[in-house]
Design a protein around this ligand. Structure first.
Ligand code: XMP
Length: 317
């Protein structure tokens, strides 16, 4: 890809000129944007860049270890991992209100990241802001104009007195993916579905407990594994499982059960402003449902969401 190679060398030159011999820190989440931004910085300035992964306790199954093998082992990025899951889950205990969950995660993230960042005495903060995010932040003036607060690391640069580096701010998502491939990141990571900053906290309706997190993690992992195995993953813009806040009766062998309900979401969209639900082949649905109910202890029913956006949103909270 000629234009991306060109972009990469220009970008590398600019970053080097801007940073000099200072240090740069950046949060990584496992998402495409922060991954590409981190590998780009590592390409430009090597170990003057430090990536920080905050495990907020609401990551997907194996997510932290996948980020470690992708960034540290395969891309040689200097990666610092903070396991703050107990802190986050403690604060989330008993909280059911969606915006409250988002606020707790956003604020706790800032607290943990700020503390961790001290060790690096960095002058710059990397953010994987894309062009659509730039446009969106210009077009509305506050949380009242948003339907849900989408904060990833908003508020950080002000508090920490760091200069921002946003090398992806003129790129669209497909260009970020092309850049990721040019940087040598494997296809599977570059074409991952988006995952929200507040993580599984907004996919667990009702209370977040370790036991409910386990059920959702296992169900979601089975769902995504089957989508990949059946070559459907790349046809879908975003797919995930969520856990409903109600229980239902079922039967297992000759035992009556009273257990939790998983709902499956899969949407087709280009911009996430509107979305259509994805039509699954029936045999795949059947296999996913059977596997979840058989393999995930404490789940006895699987529902499929057939709601478009609008009126539904992609996420449930
Ligand atoms: P909705 O539910 O608003 O989702 O239709 C549209 C897209 O945004 C993602 N999303 C979030 N991303 N923090 C994020 O970083 C959030 O709080 C958040 N809420 C929704 C969602 O996953 C989908 O891709």
């Amino acid at each position: 890809d000629w234009s991306m190679n060109e972009f990469l060398s220009e970008c590398t030159r600019d970053i080097k000129a801007m940073v000099g011999d200072a240090h740069v820190i950046g949060a990584v989440s496992g998402g495409v944007d922060s991954t590409v931004a981190a590998v780009l910085l590592n390409h430009a300035i090597g170990h003057q860049f430090h990536a920080i992964l905050v495990d907020n306790g609401v990551l997907r199954k194996d997510e932290a270890s996948e980020v470690i093998s992708r960034l540290r082992d395969r891309c040689h990025v200097d990666l610092d991992v903070v396991d703050a899951s107990e802190l986050f889950l403690g604060k989330l205990q008993g909280v059911t209100e969606p915006e409250q969950k988002r606020k707790i995660i956003g604020n706790t993230f800032i607290e943990v990241f700020e503390q961790e960042a001290k060790a690096f005495s960095a002058k710059f903060l990397l953010q994987g802001t894309l062009y659509p995010d730039v446009i969106e932040s210009l077009s509305h003036k506050g949380p009242s104009a948003t339907i849900k607060t989408h904060h990833n690391v908003g508020g950080l640069p002000d508090r920490m007195d760091l200069k921002l580096i946003e090398p992806l701010r003129f790129l669209f998502k497909d260009e970020v993916r092309a850049l990721g491939l040019v940087l040598g990141i494997e296809r599977e990571s570059v074409f991952r579905h988006p995952f929200p900053g507040p993580g599984l906290a907004i996919r667990i309706l009702g209370e977040i407990t370790p036991e409910r997190l386990r059920k959702l993690r296992e169900a979601d992992a089975i769902y995504i594994e089957e989508l990949r195995r059946n070559n459907l993953y790349d046809k879908i813009a975003q797919a995930f499982a969520a856990l409903l806040p109600v229980k239902a009766v079922g039967v297992m062998g000759d035992m009556r059960t009273y257990e939790e309900i998983i709902t499956l979401r899969a949407v087709e969209t280009t911009d996430f402003m509107t979305a259509d639900w994805f039509e699954f082949p029936h045999d795949v649905m059947k296999r996913i449902s059977t596997r979840i109910v058989n393999e995930v202890r404490g789940v006895n029913r699987v529902l499929l969401d057939v709601t478009s956006k609008p009126p539904g949103t992609v996420e449930y909270l």
